[in-house]
Design a protein around this ligand. Structure first.
Ligand code: GTP
Ligand code: MG
Length: 334
């Protein structure tokens, strides 16, 4: 019995999060109205957002004036109807800048560094250097623009408890930066489960009121999702939540002209017998939303091979980087 209660509680918590994207939250939609809408097939925000007031009124029995208000609210919530002209997009794209990775080879591979208004995904097996690169990017973002940084603060969502201030100190010293100043500019939020992680992604914007955040890191993007939705027959729910989370991240990057860097693990592909039998977690959802995907492989003596995969306009290629106490660098510099 107690077990059952617990299950129900988890279920309700899940619904809590889901609720943010359901119609119940719309102003003017009470329980009875929500029920009517659902019964008439208007189950999600997008369906409502693109409905006509007349149709909605007719099928659900709601007054047309109210239907119109509900549709208006749904459009806002679903983020449709906000058109930008080509000129506006061009203007926004002009603001795109790049953040150094501290390796010239890796910067070159990425066309100059990781870009703002885009998600850069670093994936690879354990120990391939993903977390090290995230620490390095955090340090680099605090550097002045002349040095390839953003002269900004950083928000890091840490899902595996792998943020180490000691590494930030080492990397800062190696760059001749004041470690204390760097640490003060890095805001770390520990995410305890996937719902918490999603919430932090949504709340990221609030921190920009206080601090100039130009880099948002999620390390790891997929670990919680992977462990929580394993073998539960809930893959589509996982993908839906992951999709929403990634769009929140991308939105943050676009609105605040910030770079977004995420890490991802690999999983064995039972269908591949030749070549590399590993693939990043999250499948197409992650693949389509991340603008740059970098596959990291271990090599000898602290060396790592970074491969650019599926870039929209850069050629595929590889770069060799060095991971040392000083952080990320080119091999010849180490
Ligand atoms: P998971 O999160 O487990 O999937 O791995 P990851 O890809 O995040 O690995 P991470 O970035 O934590 O890399 C760990 C590796 O970086 C270690 O095995 C070391 O090889 C290297 N490393 C980490 N810290 C240091 C350091 O202070 N000095 C040196 N020389 N290497 C380090
Ligand atoms: Mg890691």
């Amino acid at each position: 019995m107690a077990e059952k209660k617990k299950e129900e509680k988890v279920d309700n918590e899940e619904k809590e999060v889901q609720k943010q994207i359901t119609i119940d939250d719309l102003p003017g939609v009470g329980e009875a109205t929500a029920e009517k809408l659902r019964e008439s097939g208007y189950e999600d925000m997008m369906t409502l957002a693109v409905a006509s007031p007349k149709d909605l009124a007719q099928v659900s029995g709601i007054a047309e004036g109210i239907a119109s208000k509900i549709i208006g609210a749904a459009r806002k919530a679903a983020d449709v109807g906000n058109f930008e002209t080509g000129e506006e997009i061009m203007e926004r794209r002009r603001g795109v800048t790049k953040l150094t990775t501290s390796s010239k080879a890796l910067n070159d591979l990425l066309g100059g560094g990781i870009e703002t208004q885009a998600i850069s995904e670093f994936y690879g097996e354990f120990g391939s250097g993903k977390t090290q690169i995230m620490h390095q990017l955090a340090v680099d973002a605090t550097m002045p623009v002349e040095k390839g940084g953003f002269g900004s603060h950083v928000l890091m969502i840490d899902t595996e408890n792998t943020f180490r201030p000691e590494r930030i100190v080492q990397m800062s010293k190696a760059k001749g930066l004041d470690p204390e100043e760097v640490l003060k500019s890095i805001h770390v939020a520990r995410a305890y489960n996937s719902h918490h992680q999603i919430l932090l992604g949504e709340k990221a914007a609030e921190l920009t009121k206080e601090f100039p955040i130009r880099l948002l890191i999620v390390d790891s993007l997929t670990a919680h999702f992977r462990s929580e939705y394993m073998g539960r027959g809930t893959l589509s729910e996982r993908q839906q939540l992951l999709n929403r989370h990634m769009h929140d991240l991308l939105k943050f990057g676009t609105i605040f002209n910030a770079a977004v860097a995420v890490t991802n693990q690999v999983t064995a592909r039972p269908d591949v017998f030749f070549g590399d039998p590993t693939a990043p977690i999250g499948g197409n959802i992650v693949g389509h939303t991340a603008t740059f995907r970098v596959y990291l492989r271990k090599s000898k003596a602290g060396k790592r091979i970074a491969r650019l995969v599926d870039s929209p306009y850069l050629p595929e290629g590889e770069a060799v980087i060095q991971v040392s106490e000083d952080g990320i660098s080119d091999i010849e510099a180490a």
